[in-house]
Design a protein around this ligand. Structure first.
Ligand SMILES: [Zn+2]
Length: 295
């Protein structure tokens, strides 16, 4: 009798140990920012596949069959949302309803782009929520809760990781505020080659004058360009920013006709490369570039 109990107990413990040492949770992300976030909050308990590489254009991304194969094995799929992933139907189909989908950006209030001068006055949701550190901190809580739903027995570990990462973001936000404070309010004007910095502008008191529309593929009309030239001259904007190479001609025209300089490259569509390969590094790079050029 006693021996039988011992055997069943040891069987129980071996099952428990197997569960503890089980495969990490498979997470698929469709934003380089969310890849870092999932890795930091999930730690060794997750295996994260970032389908959209750092430095690539998320507006142009389309999942390949190899992506769908990985997604079909995922337990959790993290999306930027706000209409950035037009291919989400394909992903849901690939998982056959087995994975949990979390639209991280849907948890944050939207800013809107377009309207006047845009496509027939149509307003569209601005997807670039990660350019606000405050939004990123909300995203940490969303991903923490999503991971705890998938792996409830590791809730405490996810909480510890999330707290540590959030503390880093809080420090980053403080640094950004002190750096931006070097720039007088009347100099906080951003002329960029695509409208991706509204969330950043709202947090830190900038005004944005985008050259193109929502996506990097859109080209401005000559009327839009003429209006911008007027603004740059009237507001005495010292620098304009090219975050991609889509509209170098327009930017060159602006610098030639207004005397403003090209202020350097910004990473606005997610993580970049080199010093911008981490969220903190990307944000610091952008803030340093903006402040130094507009001073
Ligand atoms: Zn963008």
């Amino acid at each position: 009798m006693k021996k039988g109990l011992f055997l069943s107990l040891s069987f129980f413990w071996s099952c428990f140990a197997t569960a503890l040492a089980s495969e990490p949770v498979r997470v698929s992300t469709f934003s380089s920012v969310l890849t870092e976030l999932a890795q930091r909050v999930g730690g060794s308990l997750v295996t994260v596949t970032g389908h959209v590489a750092a430095g690539s254009d998320p507006h142009e991304f389309e999942p390949k069959p190899s992506d769908l194969k990985v997604v079909s094995k995922a337990a959790l799929v993290l999306l930027s949302a706000k209409h950035l992933e037009g291919y989400v139907g394909k992903l849901r189909e690939a998982t056959g309803g087995k994975a949990r989908f979390v639209e991280v950006g849907a948890q944050m209030p939207s800013l809107w782009q377009g309207g006047e001068g845009g496509r027939a006055g149509e307003k569209v949701e601005d997807p670039h929520w990660w350019n606000s550190v405050g939004n990123m901190r909300k995203a940490v809580a969303v991903v923490r809760d999503a991971l705890a739903d998938v792996l409830p027995e590791q809730k405490a570990a996810f909480e510890v990781n999330a707290r540590a990462y959030d503390l880093e973001l809080l420090e980053l936000d403080k640094w950004v505020r002190s750096k931006v404070a070097e720039l007088p309010r009347d100099k906080r004007k951003l002329v960029t080659s695509h409208d991706a910095l509204q969330y950043f502008a709202k947090d830190y008191g900038f005004t944005v004058y985008p050259v193109a529309g929502l996506t990097s593929a859109e080209q401005p009309s000559s009327r839009q360009v003429a209006e911008l030239l007027k603004i740059i001259k009237a507001q005495r904007v010292k620098a304009v920013f090219a975050e991609d190479t889509v509209n170098p001609k327009v930017l060159q025209q602006m610098t030639a006709e207004t005397g403003a300089v090209l202020g350097g490259q910004l990473w606005v569509d997610g993580l970049g490369t080199g010093e911008a390969a981490s969220y903190r590094g990307m944000f610091r790079h952008n803030v340093n570039t903006v402040v130094e050029a507009l001073k």
